[in-house]
Design a protein around this ligand. Structure first.
Ligand SMILES: [Zn+2]
Length: 334
């Protein structure tokens, strides 16, 4: 055995056993570097036999090949480890993506729209910013009426305001169309109210308007009854009580039999078996004249409801403010 073959055996064993690229580099410097025994011995080559010099050179080339092969293998292992660490396990369950939902008031509004669309009505959406004429004058709410006061109404200028009810939509619609008209007008309205459990400066109304020939009070009652039976169940009954609104003559308020106790009496209906649901009436002939509809030819009715009130009654919600606070613990229940 020559010096060179012993050197090669020792170096090969060390190189094959190298655990990392750093270790391999240290071994390369140790066995092949400028101060390695092999290099030092080659420097003396001039004094060596040709045979021995050739063997040392072969050993050097052999060791360089071994280092190259070992480096490639260590690099391959390192890359595989990086891949393994960053790999995605497609069998793991993903992070849940929260699903949105429609706000309860939007759900009820759409339910109401569906019931009226089923009766052949159209859904008309008016503007929230209106002039005083369509919000008050055209509906025969004359100057001096308390609802026109700055204490009750949000004015944007002397003559422009945030609508206090959806009734200006009736005016817009009758101005734009020739009867017959069968329409509902849902939307947001504004009043100067301090928020509490039953008051809010903004809330949702839906108003219905029918203008046709030969409309009678029975049509109003039948429509309201059908609507509430769709909304609250087929056992519901409706009653009307006389009332007053400036733009209807005669005017009524209507109640529906309590759908919580089935009219047996409970706290919600104040043990009367009836729940107040809204106002209605015959369109005042003066309103028709204001929008150019001939009251001798046409007659009609209008009625209005509060969408929050329906939501509160149906779900037993105690406070109007819950709808606007956007508390997910509340909203996610519906
Ligand atoms: Zn009841």
């Amino acid at each position: 055995m020559s010096w060179a073959s012993d050197y090669l055996d020792e170096a090969r064993a060390a190189i094959v056993g190298a655990g990392s690229l750093q270790d391999l580099e240290q071994l390369r410097v140790g066995y092949l570097g400028r101060k390695s025994p092999l290099t030092l011995r080659l420097r003396e080559a001039a004094q060596l036999e040709i045979e021995e010099r050739a063997e040392l050179n072969r050993t050097k080339i052999h060791l360089e090949d071994l280092v190259k092969t070992a480096r490639r293998e260590l690099e391959r292992v390192a890359i595989e480890r990086v891949y393994a660490d960053s790999a995605v396990d497609v069998t793991l369950p993903g992070d849940p993506v929260p699903r949105g939902r429609l706000h309860l008031l939007t759900q009820i509004r759409r339910e109401i729209e569906d019931i009226f669309l089923g009766m052949g009505y159209e859904v008309f959406e008016g503007d929230e910013v209106v002039d005083a004429w369509s919000n008050f004058d055209a509906l025969t709410t004359d100057a001096g009426h308390p609802s026109r006061s700055q204490n009750d109404t949000f004015y944007l200028s002397e003559d422009v305001l945030l609508r206090t009810h959806t009734s200006p939509d009736q005016i817009r619609l009758m101005e734009a169309r020739t009867p017959p008209i069968y329409a509902i007008m849902p939307g947001r309205v504004y009043r100067r109210d301090t928020p509490d459990a039953t008051h809010s400066p903004t809330f949702l109304q839906v108003e219905a308007l029918v203008v046709d020939r030969g409309i009678t009070l029975a049509d109003l009652k039948g429509t309201v009854l059908h609507f509430f039976r769709q909304l609250f169940g087929p056992a519901r009954e409706v009653r009307m009580r006389t009332s007053f609104f400036p733009f209807t003559e005669p005017s009524v308020e209507f109640d529906v039999t309590c759908f919580i106790c089935d009219a047996q009496g409970c706290p919600v209906c104040k043990h009367s078996g009836w729940i107040e649901m809204g106002g209605a009436g015959w369109v005042d002939p003066d309103v028709f004249r204001n929008v150019g509809v001939d009251p001798d030819e046409w007659s009609g009715f209008a009625f209005g409801l509060g969408i929050e009130r329906i939501a509160m009654l149906r779900h037993g919600l105690p406070d109007l403010r819950l709808f606007w606070e956007n508390d997910l613990r509340v909203l996610e229940q519906f």
